[in-house]
Design a protein around this ligand. Structure first.
Ligand code: PXP
Length: 247
């Protein structure tokens, strides 16, 4: 039987709305607490280089007030490494970052940067953070993530979700098959497997059913849905679909 599937709620876009107006509202920390009350297993926040949503003060406040584990998403830069080492969150997820992108568009190119990334994550591991690497469902990337000493990989589900949104059944099936195979490969190498990006009520089921996946990180859809039904209801519904898919 598949192990339990955790839900990490990404609160970045609460900060996006706050920053659209400036000031303090809506407060991402309040969203994190509500997510916790609604049954989230963790909170994810991405401190981008340009601070377009989550701020340094948000990370500080989350570290001070959260009882749930924080998954701190960051680019592989010296600045972010220093921030992570100061706060020592439960997990750090290393993501690629380009200033001009709207969101994290692809996975990290681990295979080509193995040496640098191995040195980059070593102090984070030594500080006690679980190191996760956000990658495409690609054999070379999974194997490289394993070789550099990451404990976790997060598989990028963006292409799968886009195929679902486009109604392209063949592309969706091909992406699902790639994700399924790479989750199995990563698991066989001893990596913990997470997945996320772009997931919605409509497409989360087949991903939740992949037995090796232990955690899904979901943000944009849940925060958007919360506008209509509230965050607690949105999270509860996502959990229900995940549970049913898991069987
Ligand atoms: N996982 C990672 C590593 C991400 O970068 C993101 C987006 O910031 C997500 C999950 C969540 O994606 P979404 O907001 O589309 O649900």
């Amino acid at each position: 039987m598949a192990e339990q599937l955790r839900l990490g709620v990404n609160i970045d876009h609460v900060a996006t709305v706050r920053n659209a107006r400036g000031g303090a509202l809506p407060d991402p920390v309040r969203a994190a607490k509500l997510a916790e009350a609604a049954g989230a297993d963790g909170i994810t926040a991405h401190l981008r280089e340009d601070r377009r949503h989550i701020s340094d003060a948000d990370i500080e406040a989350l570290m001070e007030t959260l009882t749930l584990p924080l998954n701190f998403e960051m680019a592989a830069t010296d600045e972010m490494q220093a921030i992570a080492l100061r706060h020592k969150p439960h997990a750090v997820c290393i993501v690629p970052e380009r200033r001009e992108e709207r969101t994290t568009e692809g996975g990290l190119e681990v295979a080509r940067e193995e040496n640098r990334l191995a040195h980059f994550i070593a102090p984070l591991r030594e500080a006690g953070c679980r190191v996760s690497i956000f990658i495409a469902a690609d054999r070379a990337q999974v194997e490289a993530a394993h070789r550099i000493g990451a404990q976790v990989i997060e598989l990028h589900t963006g292409a799968y979700c886009e195929a679902y949104a486009d109604g392209d059944d063949a592309a969706q099936a091909a992406e699902l098959s790639r994700l399924t195979d790479m989750a199995a490969l990563a698991h066989s190498l001893g990596l913990e497997v997470h997945a996320g990006h772009g997931l919605t009520y409509g497409d989360v089921g087949p991903i939740a059913a992949i037995p090796e996946i232990r955690e899904l990180n979901i943000g944009h859809f849940l925060i958007g849905e919360a506008i209509f039904v509230g965050l607690e209801v949105a999270i509860a519904e996502m959990r229900r679909i995940m549970r049913e898919a898991r069987g």
